[in-house]
Design a binder for this molecule. Structure first.
Ligand code: SF4
Length: 198
């Protein structure tokens, strides 16, 4: 998390952490206690693999979903939305709309896809604002599932859901309130905050 002069901005990655457990927001952004680095490893590894794939799969996406152009590693920020981040690719599709694409160094799993969805929706909202072009869908490529491509619709309902989650996170950061523990207590077993989380 970082502050501009007047606006607190969070990243889509922080949104994923929050969905995993709202207390991650509290420990990371209110108390400023970082996580162990092992979770970061997958992100870095994913970027490495992504770079290799850029040359290997240059025409793969073009054929599969009708990409006519793409920008790589695009920094996007919206003070209004309160979100900033770097998306792996912003695709221009045949119909003139844009679609964000993010690579994940993980196999496709349904429960993880639900959280990755919110991240790609946020990238979509950021891209729409930055480029002033329509965005109706985004994509997630799961590198360890043979670059399986998952499509994420981005419409009004998805926008409202994503905005509500961002508002919840900003509220915790601004008020410093301690959120409830995750109801899925199985997550606590290997959580890096388990010794301080009471
Ligand atoms: S120990 Fe459990 S409730 Fe506490 S931060 Fe970790 S996952 Fe969340």
């Amino acid at each position: 998390m970082s502050d501009t002069e007047t606006t607190t901005m969070i990243t889509p990655s922080e949104v994923i952490e929050h969905i995993y457990c709202p207390r991650f927001t509290y420990y990371m952004n209110v108390l400023n206690i970082p996580q162990f680095e092992d979770r970061r490893f997958k992100v870095l590894k994913g970027r490495e693999v992504h770079k290799r794939r850029e040359t290997e799969n240059r025409f793969y996406l073009r054929k599969k979903i009708g990409v006519v152009d793409r920008d790589l590693n695009v920094y996007l920020a919206s003070p209004g939305l309160g979100v900033r981040g770097v998306v792996d690719e912003v695709l221009t599709l045949e119909d003139g709309s844009l679609a964000p694409l993010d690579y994940k160094y993980s196999p496709y799993r349904e429960h993880a896809f639900k959280t990755h969805r919110i991240q790609i929706i946020l990238y979509g909202l950021l891209a729409r604002e930055a480029y002033q072009k329509p965005v109706t869908r985004g994509y997630i490529a799961y590198i360890r599932s043979g670059s399986r491509l998952a499509e994420v619709p981005i419409g009004e309902a998805e926008e409202i859901t994503a905005q509500q989650i961002v508002a919840e996170i900003l509220d915790i950061i601004q008020t410093g309130r301690l959120p409830k523990k995750t109801p899925h207590r199985a997550k606590c077993g290997d959580c890096c905050y388990k010794n301080i989380c009471v």
